[in-house]
Design a protein around this ligand. Sequence first.
Ligand SMILES: NC(=O)c1ccc[n+]([C@@H]2O[C@H](COP(=O)([O-])OP(=O)(O)OC[C@H]3O[C@@H](n4cnc5c(N)ncnc54)[C@H](O)[C@@H]3O)[C@@H](O)[C@H]2O)c1
Ligand SMILES: N[C@H](CO)Cc1c[nH]c[nH+]1
Ligand SMILES: [Zn+2]
Length: 429
Amino acid sequence: MKIYSYKDLTKQEVESICLRQLEDDVTILERVESIVDRVKTEGDQALFDYALAFDKVQLQQLFIEKEEINSIAATIPTEAKAAIDTAYRNIKAFHASQSYREDKIETMPGVTCWRETRAIERVGLYIPGGTAVLPSTFLMLGIPAILAGCKEIVVCSPPQKDGKTNCYLAYVAVLLGIEKIYLVGGAQAVAAMAYGTESVPKVYKIFGPGNRYVTQAKQLVQSAAGTAIDMPAGPSEVLVLADETANSSYIASDLLAQAEHGVDSQTILVATSSKIITDTLAQIELQLKELPRQDIAAQAIENSYAVLVDNLEEGLAFSNIYAPEHLILSTDKFEQLIPLISNAGSVFLGNLTPESAGDYASGTNHTLPTSGFAKAYSGVSLDSFVKKITFQHITPRGLRNIGNTVEVLAEAEGLIAHKNAVSIRLKSL
Ligand SMILES: NC(=O)c1ccc[n+]([C@@H]2O[C@H](COP(=O)([O-])OP(=O)(O)OC[C@H]3O[C@@H](n4cnc5c(N)ncnc54)[C@H](O)[C@@H]3O)[C@@H](O)[C@H]2O)c1
Ligand SMILES: N[C@H](CO)Cc1c[nH]c[nH+]1
Ligand SMILES: [Zn+2]
């Protein structure tokens, strides 16, 4: 892990270490373009071929349905079932609290404006299943989709080695009342949901995190197929901001938690002393030995870096430039830092708030913007699954009140038909 001293970095160097570009970005884009193109033209056949090429599975069919989902779900261990039930309740409670009705506003007497919420009718949920199968993502996407009232929910996840899905995903499907899971992963799943195939329905908006292939495909179909996406939610990232009140073994555990997602994960430590950095690196060495995915995690840590800062405020200034998916404030002084945060996907406060809690069960959504997109995007929420449609109604009194303003502005823009649409009505009053 490289170590930088913040005060020795130029502005350009700071920007450059905050970039998440990788050398093979262009290769990934070319591969994804070719996959998306093939799915668009060849449909299901391309999906069967890619399942064999990438997932090493010769599928008989591209989906499993209710009866089979139920029987796979029935094999879930009791403890896991109870944990999923608890996570389900917390995530549902947090997302249900995001629903509210807006007031109607009379902007002028007789001119009333308001917004109404309508669910996006057809949505596609991508549930990652490469390095690890993520039933937690199924909860994070399925719960708000159902609360929002989305009518058609298409779920894609890579097939497992037996050509099926695992008992955890199947159990979440049962909890959510979802009766079909498409056994399709990667860029091909995104393409299938964007263009539709013989088996996979076309949707209006695609949600979900994924590796670089998935994330690149989402960005591609957004422009090529006109399919909306939640946001670019690629390889996991965490930035830990720590001072002397932090615990280096906790910091190491949080960095490793995101590192084990994949070699592309970004795990950044920003610390107010070099002792915190050396202690954390020593803890990482120790904890790595216990991890089943130690090669992946070690590689991700190796690709990441630490930044030495003079104080927490300086560390937060760096974090705002980096705009991490997850920001952990490993300090007792977190309260004073909250108002200074401008760019982050989700924030974890204090030394006893592990990021994993948000990944699984506290209630907040774990589908979050990466690669600096936290500067402009929010994570998934109930709002992501709805549109807000504006309405207005104008009474005769309202038309008299607003008419002249519209006429003058229309004339200023030289759009006389616009002016006439008001004048013709005013004359009839
Ligand atoms: N930002 C977020 O909100 C968030 C949340 C959860 C997970 N994640 C990230 O999601 C990612 C999940 O990645 P994953 O790989 O485990 O699962 P994945 O489901 O995203 O990708 C697996 C699929 O990638 C495709 N693939 C693999 N190698 C390929 C190749 N050489 N060419 C073309 N396609 C190929 C295959 O089709 C495979 O089915 C991780 O990076 C994790 O950090 C992000
Ligand atoms: N940390 C991931 C988001 O970057 C979410 C996740 C799912 N399961 C475990 N973690
Ligand atoms: Zn995680």
